[in-house]
Design a protein around this ligand. Structure first.
Ligand code: GTR
Length: 334
C-alpha cells in the first residue's frame, strides 16, 4: 500500500522545474558553484551538520569557489522525490538512506538485507572496505556518484500499543516502511503488513492510529517525536541501512577531474565528523526518549526472526554477483 504518491510526484515535478531554472541562473552568473544538497532531517541532525562541514571544507579548499547549500527538513521533498531530481541534475547532492535506492540499484539491496550484519563493527568493516567501495561504484551506471557512507546505527521496531517481542506480536501489525520493495518484503516475511509511507507523514499516521508502528534508529525515533505516539521500542536491530552521500552524475560530468577529486575527499573527510556527531546524538536521543518514559524490549528469540526473513534473500539476491557479495560480507570478520 502506498500513500501520498500522486501528490509527491506533482510536488517533485514542480521542484524539478524550479531547481532547473535556479541552476541555469547559477551557471550563467559566475564560475562559482554552490551545490544544492537535499536532506530529510532537520538542521540540527548529524547528517545535516556533517554535510555543512563538507561544504565548509570544500569552500576552504577552493578559495570559496565551491560550496554547498544544504536544504534540510525535506525542503526539496521526500527522499524518493530528491532521487528523481538528482538523476536529472536538478539537485546536485543528496544525503540519503540506501533504502529508496534498493528498487533501482541491485547492489544497494545487499547492504540493506535484514540481519545481515552481526554487529556495528561488522557493518563498519564492510562499508569501509573493498565491498563498500564496490557497492558505491555501482551507483554510477544508475546516474549517481557514490561519495561516502554515513553512520546510521541499526533500526528497531516501535509500536503504539503492544510491544514487539516475538513474531506473534508482529503478526498483522501495520508497520510503516521506507520506499523499498526489499524492506516491504521483509515486513511481510515477518508477518507484519508493510505500509510504504514517506518519512514526513509517519508522525501523523502514528498519532491518528493509521499505522500500528514503524521502525528506525534511536536518533530518528527521537528527532521525529515518534516516541511520543509509539513508546514501545523493541530492540530488534533488524536492519542496518547505510546512509550515503551521492552526487548527481549529470552534475559530476560537468566538473573538472580536479574538482571531482576535491569533492570526493571532502565527502570522505565529512564521514569522520559524522561518526562523532552520530555517537553524541544517539546517546542524547536515548536519554531523551527513556526520560520521557519509553520502554525498551529485547526480542525473545532472534533466531526465529532471522529464519523468517530467509525468503527475502532468495527473492532479492537472485544473481551470482549479488550472492557473491553476500558471501563475502559474511566472511568479513572485524
Ligand atoms: C532515517 C534516515 C532517513 C530516512 C528515514 C526514514 O533513519 O536517516 O534518511 O530514510 O530513516 O525512515 O524514512
Amino acid at each position: 500500500m502506498e500513500m501520498g504518491k500522486t501528490s509527491n510526484w506533482i510536488k517533485a515535478f514542480f521542484l524539478v522545474v524550479l531547481c532547473g531554472l535556479l541552476s541555469m541562473g547559477t551557471a550563467l552568473a559566475s564560475e562559482k558553484k554552490e551545490f544544492r544538497s537535499a536532506d530529510t532531517h532537520p538542521a540540527d541532525y548529524p547528517t545535516v551538520q556533517a554535510m555543512n562541514y563538507m561544504g565548509k571544507i570544500l569552500s576552504e579548499r577552493t578559495n570559496a569557489r565551491l560550496s554547498i547549500s544544504v536544504f534540510h527538513s525535506r525542503q526539496l521533498g521526500e527522499e524518493t522525490d530528491t532521487i528523481d531530481m538528482a538523476r536529472v541534475g536538478a539537485v546536485d547532492l543528496l544525503r540519503i538512506s540506501f533504502a529508496p535506492f534498493t528498487d533501482l540499484i541491485p547492489e544497494a539491496r545487499v547492504l540493506t538485507l535484514p540481519f545481515l550484519f552481526s554487529s556495528d563493527a561488522h557493518f563498519q568493516a564492510v562499508i569501509n572496505g573493498p565491498i563498500g567501495k564496490e557497492v558505491l561504484a555501482a551507483f554510477e551506471q544508475h546516474g549517481f556518484i557514490g561519495l561516502a557512507y554515513y553512520e546510521s546505527g541499526s533500526r528497531s521496531f516501535y509500536t503504539t500499543e503492544k510491544p514487539v517481542r516475538s513474531l506473534k506480536d508482529l503478526k498483522g501489525l501495520q508497520i510503516r516502511v521506507q520506499n523499498s520493495d526489499l524492506i516491504a518484503a521483509t515486513m511481510t516475511a515477518l508477518g507484519a503488513i508493510p505500509i510504504k509511507m514517506p518519512f514526513g507523514q509517519v508522525s501523523t499516521a502514528l498519532e491518528a492510529s493509521i499505522i500500528d508502528g514503524a521502525e528506525n534508529n534511536w536518533s530518528s525515533y527521537q528527532s521525529t517525536g515518534h516516541y511520543k505516539a509509539a513508546p514501545n521500542y523493541s530492540l530488534s536491530r533488524h536492519l542496518r541501512v547505510p546512509e550515503v552521500v551521492v552526487m548527481s552524475k549529470a552534475v559530476w560530468d560537468t566538473l573538472t577531474h580536479e574538482d571531482q577529486t576535491i569533492i570526493r575527499q571532502a565527502a570522505v573527510d565529512s564521514q569522520k565528523v559524522m561518526a562523532e556527531l552520530w555517537k553524541e546524538r544517539t546517546d542524547k536521543a536515548k536519554k531523551i526518549v527513556l526520560d520521557a518514559g519509553v520502554q525498551t524490549y529485547e526480542l525473545e528469540d532472534i533466531s526465529a526472526f532471522q529464519e523468517a526473513v530467509k525468503p527475502v534473500y532468495d527473492q532479492f539476491i537472485n544473481d551470482p554477483k549479488l550472492k557473491n557479495l553476500v558471501s563475502r560480507i559474511r566472511a568479513v570478520h572485524p
